[in-house]
Design a protein around this ligand. Structure first.
Ligand code: ADP
Ligand code: ASP
Ligand code: MG
Length: 401
């Protein structure tokens, strides 16, 4: 008998028919003699709809009240799934995050899981029940509800698998696995049989939403093999695990991130300490910086360009204008019409020319590159947002077709 954690995303439980489809998958697993813990997200677009409702009432609502609202989406889906499983005649119990022992940090709307005290889940499993847990939520040390950030129920599932030493953690979604690019945007994208934690972590962080990046980080830390698969077609998906292949894939995937803005500072005095001061101001406001580019100094000045999340662009621009304009800096500006396209692959470490091939694909498509950044297993470029989908297609064609 194995302990299996199964997670179902919003589209997998979007309506009554889909809820019964999930109930069938879960009870089939249970019938085979396994213990099953199920994690579910809110139905369909529920979380987006709740955010919209909040904005109608108060666009500056406190994060505590946002969490109170957002956590309700998952409460609906766990109850409905449990009702469907009851109807099929199996023993089942649904639990909210706090009932399932999710203790988190206190930062509302982006809390981190600190601990899963799985005692209640274990008790229910001992009573032979199928346990349905609300993903994306927990309780902080003040006994307030928290949520884990968008896409956070993947992390809920992995956290349970880690806490309970599960034998398998399956992430069911609306595509058949992890592909070389978003299969909804690139019809020729290919499904991968397996991918390493490190490559999946890069892809997830760089915009492939099929898995939340924290869930991959946690799976790697606790060495939990994940299977990403479709809830609608019963066939093997993609295994995410420690790298084993002797021959590494040159590149395993392409990701697109539209949530990125470019901040340019033109005419900064070319003297020591200014980069430090500029980025101290930005980090003091809790704003994360990604790609950074500094020009060669000339005539006593230099330019610094960097990227932040789109939601932070306006604030970053204001902070830096307030600091730099009195110093005589001519221009601080934010461009929010940008996207970051990245290729990821462990094979890059040992092969030259991978970046060149990516740049050639962009040149063939006549797409201008604004910034470039590289690491051992990825190359990212910043481009105009309007070119993003074409860029992904062009790069995919160059490497895979
Ligand atoms: P869920 O609701 O199940 O959590 P998500 O919408 O969060 O599902 O993630 C699944 C979606 O991720 C897919 O529908 C697909 O469009 C998108 N996606 C982006 N990049 C990839 C990729 N490389 N492989 C598979 N899916 C991807
Ligand atoms: N329902 C949450 C969201 O839409 C969590 C999740 O889907 O993982 O972000
Ligand atoms: Mg998701």
């Amino acid at each position: 008998m194995s302990l299996i954690v199964q997670k179902f995303g919003g589209s997998s439980v979007a309506n009554a028919e889909r809820v019964f489809n999930v109930a069938n998958i879960v009870t089939d697993t249970y019938k085979q003699g396994n213990s099953v813990v199920v994690v579910v997200s809110a139905q369909g677009d529920t979380t987006d709809d709740l955010i919209e409702k909040a904005n109608e009432i108060n666009p500056h609502a406190s994060k505590r009240e946002m969490d109170m609202l957002l956590a309700s989406g998952e409460q609906i889906s766990i109850a409905l799934l449990a009702m469907a499983i009851e109807k099929l005649g199996y023993p089942v119990v649904s639990l909210l995050g706090w009932q399932a022992g999710f203790q988190t940090s206190s930062s509302h709307t982006k809390a981190r899981i600190k601990r899963v005290d799985a005692e209640r889940i274990r008790k229910e499993i001992d009573k032979k029940k199928i346990v349905i847990v609300a993903g994306f939520q927990g309780l902080n040390k003040y006994d307030d509800l928290t949520t884990l950030g968008r896409g956070g129920s993947d992390t809920s599932a992995v956290a349970i698998a880690a806490a309970m030493h599960a034998d398998l953690c399956q992430i069911f979604t609306d595509v058949k696995g992890v592909y070389t690019a978003d299969p909804r945007k690139v019809p020729t994208a290919k499904k991968l049989d397996e991918i390493s934690y490190d490559e999946m972590l890069e892809l997830a962080t760089l915009g492939a939403q099929v898995l939340n990046n924290r869930s991959v980080e946690m799976a790697k830390k606790y060495n939990i093999e994940l299977e990403v698969l479709s809830s609608l077609e019963r066939e093997p998906g993609t295994i995410v695990k420690e790298a084993t292949k002797v021959e590494k894939m040159l590149i395993s995937g392409i990701a697109k991130d539209k949530d990125i803005a470019r901040i340019s500072i033109i005419g900064l005095p070319d003297k020591p300490g200014l980069a430090f001061k500029v980025f101290s101001k930005v980090s003091a406001a809790n704003i994360n910086v990604d790609i950074i580019l500094q020009s060669v100094g000339r005539d006593g000045t230099k330019d610094i360009t960097f990227t932040v999340a789109k939601g932070n662009a306006e604030e970053t621009e204001q902070i830096l204008k307030a600091y730099l304009e009195p110093m005589g800096v001519k221009e601080v500006k934010a461009d929010t019409h940008t996207a970051k396209i990245s290729i990821v692959g462990a094979g890059m470490e040992s092969h030259a020319g991978v970046a060149t091939k990516m740049f050639e694909a962009l040149y063939d498509a006549q797409i201008n590159i604004q910034m470039i950044s590289t690491s051992e297993i990825k190359v990212s470029v910043l481009i105009d947002e309007d070119d993003a989908d074409n860029a992904v297609k062009a790069i995919h064609q160059k490497f895979f077709d």
